[in-house]
Every structure is written in structure tokens, then in C-alpha cells.
Design a protein around this ligand. Structure first.
Ligand SMILES: [Zn+2]
Ligand SMILES: [Zn+2]
Length: 312
């Protein structure tokens, strides 16, 4: 008898403890669940500006939608262009966990389906102080195909941009009454692919080389750059591991992940991504930098990157 009273009281207390408001929902959430024989991962990013992104992944496929959200405990409603697209009820289990019960998501079969959402650890910029380890930049090797110009002689025309073609033509000789053969050299422009006045893109160094070696101010030492950095919506992971052309790099942008190499030489941070085909090195000069912030300025371009170190 005692127990039957105690339990409802405890349940009430628990609910009161974990009663959460709209701002409690803001963050990144994930639920994993098997529904009707398919295993799903649901990623739900709920933003303070009332927008949210909902992604459902099954195997290697996913769908993603953007919605407006409204929360009036215990109900959450998602709107698509002002029209209700989803309604569910939320039961908070802790400030980092809630159980979502689907009331209406447009599919009658899903009514009553429950998903346990767990708050995902967010990556926050690092705050520790400390000096960035620096070095005087080593210089890269000189490319013997382009000497840093990024352009090499076209193998078809040898850098001349074209060639002379000896063309025979017939000329009537009134003395002999016959036709003589004369020759005239005619200039032909080289039509080899990529040839521009005898120069083609250098493939030996993929534009990694720079025209001249110079003395450079201090640049970050590689160990200062190793780790994860955020730039806008991208996460740069400068890895310590050394590969064929430099250290490994991955850049994550939303759900795409790019791979490549990074190296610090000639006073630049050089990055080459495997974008298919013959992708070239990009060079960035270092602007202001410290342990947790780096400003990069693209050489020969307009791109500026502001990198912020992420806490591991
Ligand atoms: Zn050519
Ligand atoms: Zn070259």
C-alpha cells in the first residue's frame, strides 16, 4: 500500500526535476532505433533561432530536412513553410536525454513510435592560453619543371607555342615551261591540350613550388597546428601522420569529408586536397596567429580563413 503511493510521488518529483524549457532543446541530438526492421540514426540539430535540421540515416543513405520548431511542453511541433509537418511529445529523462513519442509525422504507421534522444557532445573552441610554437619556415625543393611558376614547357611544342610547317607549292617557270616546287615555312599554333603559348600547367609539383626562396618571418611549427580547427562551417583536422606528400589533412563540411595533405614550407601553409583529377596545391600566408587562432590569407587569391582551435 505504501509503495503504490510512493511511486507516483517519485515520478512527479522526477518530472519536476527534469522539467525543461525551449532553450534546453537547443543543441545536437542523436537517436538510434530499429523501426519496422530498419536501423536508423536520427541526427537532430536544434538551433536557438527556431530552425532545426533533421537527418535520418539508414545504412549509407540519408534524408535531411530543414524545419521550424515550436515547443510547448510536452509537445514539439515542426513546421514546413508554416504548415505542421510533425508533432510529438517529449519526456525529459535528464537534461541531456529525452524520449520522443511520435504523435503525427504524416505516416500513420509511425504513431506511437518512441525514440530516445541523447545530447551529443559539442565541439567548443579551446580556451587554454599558451604560446604557439614557431619556427623559421623551411624552404621547399625547387621544381625543375617550372621553377615555381606553376607552368612548364609544353611537351608537344617544346615551349615555342607552335612550330613551322614546310609547305610545298607549285610555281610555273616560264623559262623551262615546267612547274617548279618551292617551299614556304608556315607557322602553326600548338593545339596540344592545355598549351597556352607553349606553357602548360606543371604536373611535377602540382603548383606546390614557389618562384623564389626568401627569408621568412616565424611561422607555426607543425606541432602547433596539429589538431582540429573550426573555420566557418568547416572542421580542419591537421593530422600528425606523415604521408607521401606531407601530413594528412581532412576537412569536414557538413556531411562531406575531403582528404589531402598539408605542409608548412616557403613561409606558407600549403594544402592539397584530392578533389579528383590533377588538383593543385593551395598556398596560404599566415596572418596573425596564436595557440588557438590562425588567420590564413590565400596566395594569389581572395580567400581568407579564420581558424579556431577546437577542444579535443
Ligand atoms: Zn604546346
Ligand atoms: Zn612545378
Amino acid at each position: 500500500m505504501k509503495n503504490s503511493i510512493l511511486i507516483p510521488i517519485l515520478l512527479c518529483l522526477c518530472q519536476a526535476t527534469f522539467a525543461q524549457n525551449s532553450s534546453s532543446l537547443v543543441g545536437q541530438w542523436q537517436a538510434k532505433s530499429s523501426e519496422f526492421g530498419t536501423f536508423y540514426i536520427f541526427d537532430w540539430t536544434i538551433k536557438a533561432n527556431q530552425q532545426c535540421t533533421f537527418r535520418a540515416t539508414a545504412g549509407s543513405r540519408y534524408t535531411e530536412v530543414q524545419r521550424t520548431w515550436r515547443y510547448a511542453a510536452p509537445h514539439i511541433t515542426l513546421l514546413d513553410n508554416g504548415k505542421q509537418a510533425f508533432k510529438g511529445s517529449i519526456e525529459w529523462l535528464s537534461k541531456d536525454q529525452f524520449l520522443l513519442t511520435i504523435i503525427d509525422d504524416g505516416n500513420p504507421q509511425n504513431q506511437g513510435v518512441q525514440r530516445l534522444y541523447i545530447r551529443q557532445q559539442e565541439q567548443v573552441p579551446a580556451k587554454e592560453q599558451g604560446a604557439m610554437p614557431t619556427q623559421i619556415s623551411p624552404s621547399g625543393s625547387t621544381c625543375y619543371a617550372c621553377y615555381g611558376t606553376g607552368k612548364a614547357d609544353c611537351s608537344s611544342c617544346g615551349g615555342a607555342g607552335g612550330y613551322y610547317d614546310r609547305v610545298p607549292y607549285q610555281r610555273y617557270n616560264p623559262t623551262t615551261g615546267y612547274y617548279d616546287t618551292d617551299y614556304r615555312d608556315e607557322w602553326r599554333h600548338c593545339t596540344a591540350m592545355g598549351c597556352d603559348g607553349g606553357k602548360v600547367k606543371c604536373t611535377s609539383c602540382k603548383h606546390r613550388d614557389v618562384p623564389q626562396s626568401a627569408t621568412y618571418g616565424p611561422v607555426p611549427a607543425p606541432e602547433g597546428l596539429i589538431g582540429r580547427w573550426k573555420s566557418g562551417g568547416s572542421v580542419y583536422h591537421f593530422q600528425a601522420q606523415v604521408g607521401m606528400e606531407g601530413r594528412h589533412l581532412t576537412i569536414e563540411e557538413g556531411h562531406t569529408k575531403m582528404h589531402g595533405y598539408w605542409v608548412i614550407e616557403d613561409g606558407f601553409l600549403k594544402i592539397r586536397l584530392f578533389l579528383g583529377g590533377d588538383s593543385q596545391w593551395k598556398k596560404y600566408r599566415f596572418g596573425a596567429f596564436d595557440r588557438n587562432n590562425i588567420q590564413l590569407i590565400e596566395e594569389g587569391g581572395y580567400q581568407r580563413l579564420q581558424l579556431q582551435r577546437l577542444k579535443e
